[in-house]
Design a protein around this ligand. Structure first.
Ligand code: DGJ
Length: 724
């Protein structure tokens, strides 16, 4: 298999947008009542409404299930009831700014050149633009005194039941303005006592879903580290006691990997507000004369039928618009097998064995460059280590290519270790304050990517790497947060923008290369980096049982195709658990499969099982990576985890039972998303059944797994011939 054929197979498959596949003609997404200045944004099943009142205030009116008539909406005149409750406090605003009698959360705070720090806007007008599968409403506001223009952008993806909101600021004055707070939008949910869910976690334990009641006071989730985080994730989900398949769910995901913040507040006046955007902590953006600045967008929506629909909408949008095309290859990564002890000979052996098992991409991880024998040296010196690769890295690449695999390589470009040549030559390239000592973490400093020369150096280094060698895949790591910054308080945003710019430019020149976003595991999982990068390294925790929790939480918001999951050795280096290879495979087959074992130690039995599992994964890959994903209910007293994937007429179910208890009680697998009247062939490990869609969805199948760490893969397909 040649390099370009391999590439074609994985990257160039054509995407079908939802309109072509399912929706037919798109309907008008933006409806305007001109006499009342009311705007109604219509998606297939939702409506979002706001209006401009007689004072020029942009007032929120509605978000929820579809209401067809724009004439139904009204903008009552605001009257103050008490001086202690100013109208601004009571009124639901689309874009509250800092100033006047406003004390609530605001989206924008600006200090003008003369020191005034109040924004007073007026409505200028609107325009509508047509984008790919969306209509975009742009509401134009300007400050009454200063030449600051503000645009509220709403992209309406009618067929996807989603919207994107963001703000564009334009300094049309001759002087610099300081933007101290910029949130991408405020939302109002007309209910109290909602449930808020997000994830908490830390290294090795990312994506731990939590749900908490919203009451009075505020809930804040944020990241202050610059390098995204394992702790919380830039999205909100607010629900009214929803389940997977019922209930109201409001959600929004911020397209940003740097410092973010989100606030949820049940207001004293009824209802709940939520906003999300750039974290105001240590933030100040200098908007110079003539400059524009666009905030990151929030991808948002509402489901009246539970979390499943929310996930489906986001997954489908990500697959159609955000992710690069094509299926993700089965990769082998050598990190857990060799760590820093990389040698050309051993990598070649690993590659040969990985190929025998069925891997399609071989990735050499950390340790191939500079004087990298541990964490404290090498980063920054991106030349091939001659002791480890006496004939250069191409010897390994040639071997990998001759085996018919793609080749991938690990880098951590944003960092530098103190003993390196790079640091000796450019000690001022790291984030630092002249009068302070910069902290090392994992023995490294962070390069100041807001400096143009550092950004160019990194681009050129990576461009040379990709131009000089046949590389198909970059695993881009980032193993520490930023500290001691520089003097500019916009770095929390500018740093990640520089990363995005570098990768975008590299992809333009090397369009076949896939990029994996890794930050000590899953520290950079967000809709900002997704699409610029192709895969997420979900977690360094590769324990197959722990991964079920991580993967489950991940799936609420993020698409399965981007979820890298490896099978690794036991005892697992984090959990020390021993888990059968079959369970480990099934757990990793739930995403984009990778192998991280020391495959040279595989027994004949392991080899046979790995070959069979990888063969089967390749068969089901289109369904797993681009199908519709369901978190199925487990009605059993035993702790089964059951997931369904479906694409067109075919589907599959993974079921897991980590520990059998309560008399080996079975579970009932109730399928989702089938055609009630169609007949399906269901392939179980011990035989085949034919059942109607209605039976499988309503009655379900009894499934009993025995013993600890038991798992199974059930496949099904619609029978064109019915029961015959
Ligand atoms: C952290 C990553 O998450 C690991 O997969 C591995 O690449 C190491 N860094 C290498 O230093």
């Amino acid at each position: 298999m040649t390099f370009s054929k391999t590439y074609d197979k994985f990257v160039l498959l054509k995407k079908g947008k939802i309109q072509d596949r399912e929706m037919g003609k798109a309907k008008m997404g933006i409806v305007i009542n001109h006499s009342e200045n009311i705007f109604l944004l219509q998606t297939r099943s939702n409506s979002y409404a706001f209006g401009i009142d007689d004072q020029g205030l942009v007032r929120h009116l509605y978000w929820g299930k579809r209401i067809n008539e724009v004439e139904d909406f009204e903008l009552p005149v605001l009257t103050e009831v008490s001086t202690n409750d100013p109208v601004y406090e009571i009124t639901r605003e689309e874009f509250p700014v800092y100033g006047s009698l406003r004390y609530k959360e605001h989206c924008l705070k600006v200090t003008f050149a003369d020191g005034v720090r109040e924004v007073v806007y007026e409505y200028v007008g609107y325009r509508i633009e047509n984008g790919e599968s969306c209509e975009e409403l742009i509401l134009e506001l300007k400050d009454r005194h200063y030449a600051l223009k503000m645009e509220l952008h709403y992209k309406v993806y009618e067929a996807y039941d989603l919207m994107e909101r963001f703000i564009v600021l334009h300094n049309a004055s001759g002087e610099t303005m300081e933007v101290e707070q910029l949130q991408s939008g405020q939302f109002h949910i007309p209910y109290e006592n909602l449930n808020f869910s997000n994830v908490h976690g830390h290294w090795g334990a990312e994506q731990q879903r939590f749900v908490q009641k919203v009451s009075y006071g505020k809930i804040v989730i944020e990241n202050r580290r610059g390098i995204s985080s394992h702790n919380h994730n830039p999205y909100f989900i607010l629900d009214r006691d929803a389940t997977e398949t019922s209930g109201d769910v409001y959600f929004g995901a911020l397209r940003q990997s740097g410092n973010f913040s989100g606030v949820v507040e049940q207001t004293p006046y009824g209802g709940t507000l939520v906003q999300m955007g750039l974290n105001a902590h240590d933030f100040c953006l200098e908007l110079k004369a003539g400059e524009h600045f666009a905030s990151p967008a929030i991808l948002c929506g509402y489901s009246d039928c539970g979390f499943e629909t929310m996930s489906h909408r986001l997954h489908r949008f990500a697959n159609d618009f955000i992710l690069s095309e094509g299926f993700r290859p089965v990769l082998y990564n050598s990190w857990e097998a060799t760590e820093f002890g990389v040698t050309c000979e051993e990598q070649k052996k690993l590659a040969k064995k990985a190929k025998e098992l069925g891997a399609e991409l071989f990735v050499v991880d950390d340790g191939w460059f500079g004087e990298r024998n541990g964490i404290d040296n090498g980063l920054g010196d991106w030349y091939v280590n001659e002791k480890k690769f006496p004939n250069g890295i191409d010897e390994l690449i040639r071997e990998v290519k001759s085996l018919g695999m793609m080749f991938g390589i690990w880098v951590e470009p944003e960092m530098v270790n103190p003993p390196t040549k790079l640091f000796a030559e450019h000690p001022d390239w790291i984030y630092h304050f002249d009068t302070r000592t910069s902290d090392t973490s994992r023995g490294q400093y962070v390069l100041d990517l807001t400096k143009a020369e550092v950004k160019s150096f990194l681009y050129e280094m990576l461009d040379n790497l990709l131009s000089g060698h046949e590389i198909d895949y970059i695993k881009w790591d980032a193993n520490r947060p930023i500290s001691q910054t520089n003097l500019h308080r916009d770095l929390w945003y500018r740093h990640i923008e520089a990363v995005y710019d570098i990768v975008k430019a590299l992809k333009k020149k090397h369009p076949h290369v896939l990029f994996e976003a890794c930050a000590s595991g899953g520290g950079r999982i967000d809709y900002g980096i997704l699409g610029i990068f192709d895969d997420f390294w979900t977690s360094d925790n590769t324990d197959a049982y722990d991964r079920l929790t991580i993967q489950d939480s991940y799936s609420y918001i993020y698409p399965i195709k981007a979820m890298r999951a490896w099978v690794t050795d036991c005892p697992n280096f984090i959990s020390a658990r021993m888990i059968p290879l079959k369970f480990r495979f099934h757990s990793a087959m739930m995403g984009s499969l990778g192998i991280g074992c020391n495959v040279l130690k595989f027994t004949e039995e392991d080899t046979a099982m790995a070959k069979e599992m990888i063969r089967e994964y390749k068969e089901i890959r289109p369904i797993v990576q681009e199908g519709i994903f369901y978190r199925l209910e487990n009605p059993s007293a035993n702790d089964y985890a059951v997931y369904e994937y479906q694409k067109e007429e075919k589907g599959l179910i993974f079921a897991f039972l980590a520990q059998g208890k309560i008399g080996h009680r079975s579970t009932t697998v109730r399928f989702r998303g089938l055609e009630a009247d169609a007949v399906y062939t269901v392939l179980l490990e011990n035989g085949e059944l034919k059942k109607s869609g209605a039976y499988l969805m309503q009655h379900g199948l009894e499934l009993r797994l025995n013993g600890d760490y038991a798992s199974t893969l059930i496949r099904f397909a619609k029978c064109e011939t019915g029961r015959a």
